[in-house]
Design a protein around this ligand. Sequence first.
Ligand code: GCV
Length: 765
Amino acid sequence: MMKPIPRTSVPGASRGAPASWSLPRALAVACLLVTQLAHADLKPAPSSALPAEDGYRLWLRYVPVAGPWRSRYRAGATELVGADASPTLRAARAELLRGLTGLLQLQPQSMTSVTRDGAIVFGTPRSSALVKSLPLDLRQAGTEGYLIRTLTIDGHGATVIAANTDVGVLYGAFGFLRLLQTRQPIRHLDIASSPKISRRVLDHWDNLNGSVERGYAGDSLWKWESLPEYLSPRYTDYARACASIGINGAVLDNVNASPFILTPFYLRKVAALAGVLRPYGIRVYLSVPFSAPVSLGKLKSADPLDPRVQAWWSAKVAEIYRDIPDFGGLLMKANSEGQPGPEDYGRTQAQGANTLARALAPHGGIVMWRAFVYTTAARSEDRAKQAYDTFKPLDGKFADNVLVQVKNGPFDFQPREPFHPLFGAMPHTHLMPELQITKEYLGQRTSIVYLGPLFQEVLRADTWTRGAGSTVARVIDGSLYGERLTAIAGVANTGSLRNWSGSIFNQANWYAFGRLAWDPDLSARDIAAEWVAMTFTSDPHFLTPVVTMMMESREAAVDYMTPLGLAGQMAAQTHFGPAPWVAPSAGLPPDWSSTYYSRADASGIGFDRTATGSDAVAQYSPHLAALWGNPATCPDDLLLWFHHLSWDYRMRSGETLWDSLVGHYDRGVAWVKQARATWSTLAPYVDPQRFQLTANFLAIEQKDAQWWRDASIAYFQSISHRPLPAGVAAPPDTLAHYEAFCVPYVEGTPAPGPGCPPADLAVPR
Ligand code: GCV
């Protein structure tokens, strides 16, 4: 017997949960309810009892719900009522069927009208006369959002997933399934959700030869050789995963772009991929080289003000749109790391961007123009200042369909940096942040580091550019300066490995990016809890310690790699493992060395970015410049980013700077040991395959953390000449030993090794 669904009488809707009821809050309550009410769902089975999983299904596993939740959910999912008017609505239905069948082990019937309690109605007013007739205020859903409401229809209790657009319905379908996956009540729903940022884009650094720059999950997802004829089912699963978290754009190729991507040969392949992604609301974008008019168009120059160059871009863009009418636009890395750009022709970054923008505007396309420039003719005395110095004077000079894409920090995706000073500083320019989901500097494939806290730290950082509360999130969602074109990018961590991201826990970073792109105000902790519930289990015996572990994992990596505001201490090229001793060498820019960043010498350590040094602090609002410019008020975690201080400098804790530095390294290592111990107790809650992979990777992280700690202390002690604090273990080997060892080849490194001197590589790390 189906249980009747409590309801209010027509024509009003049942409004069980308050409008402000957020998914994360609901999840917290649901977790509590789970603990109290649904013990049958919780009994840990020995891990061998759980079927092995390779991680392919990500957070969309839809494993059977047990205990009281199953009957409750079954009562609320008896039939599906919706039209299949478009590929997107068909995808929504398919997902609901797949999800509900998996979760409830029961297939809801497909109906054309509501015939019994527990119906799920989905659609738009355009695709469904029923949805049109319902008392819903769809203005709250905007163009991509959705409503999920409990209503009474024809005398029956029903859940309605409604939106203004088909893709909104698809997002709503995923949103509804998430409620079940995270064990939330579904009997009185009143949810309105819409994205705060309009373009939510993954940047794939995938090369046309199948490799992935800074990719730690195998080869590229895109199999260019077999496109356009063969459309791997994996492309659809990628699209489903993206749509489930609201990602609506994918830049298919590396920002270090090849001109071949713009040839008809490749554009046909791009169009085929666009066709697979389109039903899931994902537009494709391309990275292109600035010099394409020369390399491909055989013009003599790529000068953006040359009419022949402009005509070439317009023709090329029109060619793209002929096959891909919803093409998103172009991403450009110019004048950076050897890439050509407008400065080669004496033009500004804005003049370069605007030439592309003019070509794209008639088709509705956008330009994402990266601010990551650091090969400008006049190299500044501080690399961290260059993007601001180059772009700030150009505020207001970019065309309306240009977004300047700014990395989260002024240097390069370090474990910790202050937010980029351009945020808030260009009120007349669309800015979009670029976050790195792939963990180039944060342990790559094997560390457990969860990036939610890093993303949150950036988004919640207060720029103070319009007084308190001028957060980066408000700059980029348009609420601070009123932009209508808003976007956010994440450098993808996907690859050809079965588990997509190289490790199970790296999947959480893809998930967190998507959720924060949808709503930058979500909390990293709530997102972690959702992900754990969907990827593993909502059992609090597992969920609670794992969420805690995830939340602490990034700070632990900061501790064992680059504490107190240090940056850039990784090995050259691979960016893997410690190399604080790397000094500038002939022929290479000084800012490609580690000592450039640490500035460690007999007098102390840290980069003086105050008025007595590079004065980079002056690029921030006066409030922050004053706060951060004074070591007494600068937060500890940015101290050495902004200040060069004596080894004996007294920290707020009373310790000397040297003792504090050593303490951080030790804390980082201790944390990983502890995380490993915690994970070892959790075997009963995870299938053996995913358990073992994670256990092995934690063992590797412990080894790496120890290596970082020992090598860093050995090096800095050779400069500080200070004794180790009492009770602290000395590094087991000499500095020469650590210096002699480095890892020559690491996946994802663009110019693979040997980035190491030919020394004794036999030292185990
Ligand atoms: C795609 C860093 C990385 C490079 C990357 C570059 C960028 O320097 O190490 O691999 O190139 O950033 O963001 O353009």
